[in-house]
Design a protein around this ligand. Sequence first.
Ligand code: INI
Length: 157
Amino acid sequence: MPNELHGERTGDERFGIVVARYNETITSKLLAGAVETLKAAGVADALIDVARVPGAFEIPLAALSMAQSGNYSAVLCLGAVIRGETTHDQHINRAVSLGLTEAALSTSVPVIFGVLTCESLEQAIHRSGGQTGHKGVECAQAALEMVALMRRLTEGE
Ligand code: INI
């Protein structure tokens, strides 16, 4: 049997959340779900910092700054990009996904992609606590899992 690597959190990890104000009816739900999920896992309010940015395009810079600060065990990134009549959304989505990947890989801090990329407002509603899940909850679960795993993978460093 292979050796499965499992980690555990210490309980004193600090979580950073970057949330976009654009499409706030959706992003406020993502934020509420993420915070609730972290708190249900035992993370105290005092260990959760929220940074608000104008739109999804601004998320990577704030996330990178948080990750580089050394203060956070994970950074959760929440936003909602909804397709319009132009290709604007595609430029934002590409920049955000590449930016967040780069922020994680350059800092070794998990930077979690909780940005909805939807065809319509209806789709975004479904994915922020409606019929098709909750991206904010999912993002917090991924952050908790990655924090535990990274502790295991880097132990002894
Ligand atoms: N920002 C979003 O977060 N979601 C969107 O759907 C969106 N659209 O469609 O334009 C959006 N635009 C703003 C963008 O993220 C920047 O804040 C803006 O371009 C200033 O840099």
